[in-house]
Every structure is written in C-alpha cells, then in structure tokens.
Design a protein around this ligand. Structure first.
Ligand code: B12
Ligand code: SF4
Ligand code: SF4
Length: 376
C-alpha cells in the first residue's frame, strides 16, 4: 500500500474501532512545545510534579521515539444525554464531571489504540516502531490533536471540534511511519469569552492560559492536600472535576451524543448523594469506584471534596454526617469537616471546635481549627 492508501486504511480502521475523530500530524517543533516550559516556570502546574519530569520529551517527541515521523491522534466522544452542570441548581447534591460518570477512559481507549497499532504493523511493508499513549505519557496531546486537524485549542484550553464539540478524550500513536498529514483547523473562538467569564475561580487567567492552581479540576482531583481557603466557596458542589467552561461553550450547545454505553453514568454518579458518599468506608470506596476514573482521588480526596460541598450547601441536615467526619481516621477529612461545620453553624460551632482541638494531635487539623477560631 502506498502512503496515501495506508493513511486512509488506518483512519478507516480507527473509525471501525469506534473513534469519532482521527487525524495525523507531522513531528515538528511547534510553538506550543516551547510555551510549555514557560508555563511550568510560572508555577501553573502546581503540585503536578509529573508534568515537570520528562519535559524534554514534551518539547521534542523524538526523545520518546527516536526516528518518529507521525503522530496519529484519535478522539472519542464521551458526551451522554444528560443536563449540564450549569443547568443543575440543587447544590445539596454534588456534581461529578461528565467525563468521570462511566468507565475509566484510559482502559477503553488504550485497548482500541493497541488494536490500531497492531493493525498498522501488519499493514506496513517494512518494520515500524510505534508507541501509544492516552493521558499516560509526556505528550502534549492537545497540541498534536490540533496539528492533526482534530480541533482547535479554545480559550478554555480544551480541544474543540467544530462538529462534535469538546467532550472528547484524546489518545495517540507515535510512529516511525511516514503518512499523509492533516492541517490544523482555524480557531473558532472569535470574540467569545464565555468560558473566561463563567469560571468561578478565575483559573483562565488570560485567553488560552490556565493556572491549574486555581482550577477546580486540579483542586478536586490532582491536589492531594488541603484545598486553599480562598478557593473553597468557588468549588461549590463540584466534588470531582469541573465542567463549567465547557458547559457554557457555544460549540457544545449541539454537542454530539456518544454511542458508547461505557460512558453512561454509573448508578448514583449523576447528582450524587453527598451523605451517602461521606459515609463510604475504604472498602466501600474501592468497590464502588473500581474501573472508574474517580478512584484517582482515593477515599480521602473524595471525602475532602464532599465536605467542601456540604459546607457550601449550608444544609443543616448534613450536620450529623459532618460530625461523623470530624472523627474520620484521615486528618485531611477531619480538617475539611471542621470547615464545613463552621460554614453551616458559624460562631455556634465554637464549642465543638474547642472540644475537637483538645483531642487533636495532627497539625493539619489543629491549624484549621485555630484559623477558624481566630475568625469567630
Ligand atoms: C495536566 C492536565 C490537566 C491540568 C491542566 C489543564 C490544562 N489546561 O492543560 C488540569 C488538572 C487542570 C486538567 C483539567 C482538565 N482536564 Co486535563 N489533562 C492534563 C494533561 C495530563 C496534560 C496537559 C498539559 O500538558 N497541560 C499543560 C499546559 C501548558 O497546556 P495548555 O494549557 O493546553 O497550554 C497549551 C496551549 O494553550 C498553548 N498556548 C497557550 N498560550 C500560548 C501562547 C503562545 C504564544 C503559544 C505559542 C502557545 C500557547 O501552549 C500550551 C502548551 O502546549 C492532559 C493529557 C496530556 N498528556 O496531554 C489532560 C487533558 C488535557 N485533560 C483532559 C480533560 C478531559 C480535562 C478536564 C475537562 C477534566 C474535568 N472535567 O475536570 C479538565 C479541563 C480543564 C481545562 N479548562 O483545561 C483531556 C482534554 C480533552 C480536550 N477536549 O481537550 C486531556 C487531553 C486528557 C485526555 N487524554 O483526554 N487537566
Ligand atoms: S474546569 Fe472549571 S475551574 Fe477549571 S478553568 Fe474550567 S471553569 Fe474554571
Ligand atoms: S466559550 Fe467561547 S471562548 Fe471559550 S472556548 Fe468556547 S468558543 Fe472559545
């Protein structure tokens, strides 16, 4: 098969496997590769130390696969037919971001990319070296998706496709094979600034630039410690990730619905019940979130987020559940339960806080109590 024929065959195979979009980009020194370092130097990656490791590979893909010629970018739509977070106004329920309602996409996409990679090997006339990644390696996935014509990177920093929207996962095969290359599509954000205005924590500090340290997705998933006080109200009822800057995007108004049943919400994950989640034991958490992206936060991270959501709701019926979490084995959960209690009861929480302080040994919790006591 010649180069053009092979490129078409690979694209057809990817579509047969269930990918919604596919494009091929050459290996090049794109301006985004250089910008990445600047972004890191400004501290925008926060505690995500893995982004600092192997930055030479992100800057030059030849450092991942010497002799690489092409990146085949594949995208899969995960949008299911349920309302957006901005249409959900009952903040006594939590919100889990759309991408995490179903099965873990890493597994789904990796399996399909493996089949595609095997196909590429079998169809090539000479020996081919390839590597595949889905959010698993030092690859600037959105940048390669952009140069493969899969979409443009919007001001909210997500890759958006004009036809199907931005509710897409990305995965790619880096290969030594030379293929026919696609070209980037135009940026269609125009004068729109809806995502920037809608972001509750002002994380999009300027168009196309995100300070992760302010982003609810980072705060609720990636950050392992306490959520900074000044950002807790902005987190609202988002207990895992955030969809707001994509919910408001006009290109998601008519976003396509995925045909993949594995991304349908698992039981209880759409508008999740906060008391139920606050009562999960370690074993129950493990069982409940097996094969789900939510396992990433571990129980302690999820319960931390649930405490923030409960506090923000102002709902007095949550007090018994918050009180239980004041006794949790995890200091991180206890510290956020203290905040939730104070948020709902205000100065009336003083006596309980003083009591807790007397019994407490952990400095994270003591700091939290002292901080609150000094304000009431
Ligand atoms: C780190 C990370 C995060 C961080 C940082 C987000 C970010 N904007 O990059 C946090 C934790 C905040 C995050 C959140 C989310 N993430 Co995330 N994340 C990643 C990860 C692992 C790396 C991305 C990265 O390298 N960012 C670094 C910065 C520097 O990149 P950037 O913001 O895009 O900036 C580039 C451009 O804007 C451009 N640029 C900007 N200004 C300028 C100026 C000039 C002059 C130039 C030349 C260039 C330029 O250059 C930059 C560098 O390339 C990727 C997987 C991967 N390996 O790529 C997934 C990934 C980006 N995430 C994904 C998803 C789904 C999400 C969430 C939607 C999850 C959720 N619902 O909570 C949110 C979206 C938040 C948002 N508005 O972006 C998907 C995105 C799919 C899509 N349609 O774009 C990815 C690709 C994972 C996947 N395989 O599907 N994520
Ligand atoms: S994901 Fe949420 S917090 Fe992060 S930039 Fe978008 S709207 Fe802001
Ligand atoms: S909301 Fe507007 S500015 Fe933001 S990504 Fe969508 S089109 Fe671009």
């Amino acid at each position: 098969m010649d180069r053009a024929g092979l490129t078409i065959a690979i694209k057809d195979k990817a579509m047969d496997l269930g990918f919604d979009l596919i494009g091929v980009s050459p290996i090049d020194s794109f301006p985004e590769n250089q910008f990445y370092k600047e972004w890191l130097n400004k501290g925008f990656s926060g505690e995500m130390k893995y982004l600092e490791r192997n930055s030479e590979k992100r800057e030059d893909i030849q450092n991942i696969l010497p002799g690489a010629k092409s990146v085949i970018s594949c995208a899969m739509n995960y949008n299911t037919d349920y309302p957006y977070s901005i249409e959900h106004t009952d903040n006594t329920k939590g919100w889990i971001s759309r991408y995490a309602w179903g099965d873990d996409y890493h597994d789904t996409i990796k399996n399909k990319l493996q089949i595609l990679m095997d196909y590429i090997c079998s169809e090539s006339s000479h020996e081919v070296e390839s590597k595949l990644y889905v959010d698993t390696g030092p690859v600037l996935e959105k940048t390669y998706g952009k140069y493969a014509g899969v979409g443009w990177v919007g001001k909210n920093t997500c890759l958006i496709n004009q036809e199907i929207g931005s509710w897409i996962f990305l995965g790619e095969i880096i290969t030594s094979l030379e293929l026919e290359y696609d070209v980037p599509v135009p940026d269609r954000c125009g004068t729109c600034t809806r995502c920037i205005e809608a972001c509750p924590t002002d994380a999009i500090i300027e168009p196309y630039i995100l300070d992760s340290r302010l982003c609810i997705s980072y705060l609720t998933i990636e950050l392992k410690d306490k959520i900074p006080h000044e950002l807790r109200e902005g987190v609202d009822n988002n207990i895992y990730g955030c969809d707001i800057c994509q919910d408001v995007c006009p290109w998601n108004k008519r976003a396509h619905i995925s045909d993949k049943t594995e991304f349908e919400p698992r039981e209880g994950l759409l508008n999740p019940n906060l008391p139920y989640l606050s009562s999960l034991s370690v074993d129950e958490f493990r069982k409940h979130f097996k094969g789900s992206p939510i396992k990433r936060t571990k129980r302690r991270g999820l319960l931390r987020n649930v405490m923030i959501a409960m506090g923000n709701s102002g709902e007095k019926n949550f007090l018994p559940y918050i009180s239980e979490c004041l006794k949790d084995e995890e200091p991180l959960v206890r510290a956020h339960a203290i905040w939730a209690l104070w948020k709902i009861k205000g100065a009336k929480s003083k006596e309980i806080l003083i009591n807790c302080r007397d019994k407490e040994n952990d400095s994270i919790v003591i700091d939290e109590i002292d901080r609150i006591l000094s304000s009431i």
